[in-house]
Write a protein that binds this ligand. Sequence first.
Ligand code: UGY
Ligand code: MN
Length: 244
Amino acid sequence: MPLKHLGFTRSACHRDHAVLTPDTFVRAPLPGMKQATAILHASARMGAAFSEYTAELEAGGVLGPTAAQRFLFVLSGSVILEFGGEAHSLRADGYAFLPEGCAHAVTASEPSRVEVIEKPYVRLAGVSDPWPLAGDERAVAGRPLGGDDGLNVRTLLPADPAFDMAVNTMIYAPGATLPMVEIHVMEHGCLMLEGEGLFRLADQWYPVTAGDFTWMGPYCPQWFAGLGKARARYLIYKDWNRAG
Ligand code: UGY
Ligand code: MN
């Protein structure tokens, strides 16, 4: 019998981190969504300076508007993204970035799941605004982290100070680990896309698997190891290129 019927879950919420597993997800529509609902993983309510949610759209479903900049990553299905007079078809692992004020529309072509990250833009004097873009994570060349061939990072947004956020995928061969326990000012939203592993967050160790969401607040000690016989891959957001 599933242990959740005994009040058990791997989910945990703390002041500086959270692990949220699908058995505890609650769905609710966000303003302006049509034929769609959302699982709001990270928000100001938990102390995060960004929002991250999984939007679940029926065929023909649309996302609502946002006053913030928006990053999209397609988890399953396909959506049409329109901006700047062009239409982009995004399938699983397709992604896009829309700066604040960039008029756009996201419409599902079939039942689809899309990870959405939204954050108010932090403007810097003398630095130009970021620009909209669409891409495919599978086409992005990875680079080994710290020279470790077992740990690859794919950087999805341009390395340019115009962008005040970074979104990467990190791919761990079985047994690969972060080279150190990281403690940094940036916060993270992290969605497990594939495989399984072990997160150390603050003073606790959490087994995580595909579908789990993790929030790491500023200065939360963090470390990860890939487990199992297949690669582990997660999508990770951080605030970037700003002084904090
Ligand atoms: O980019 C990062 O800070 C990343 N290495 N952190 C993490 O995977 N928890
Ligand atoms: Mn980190």
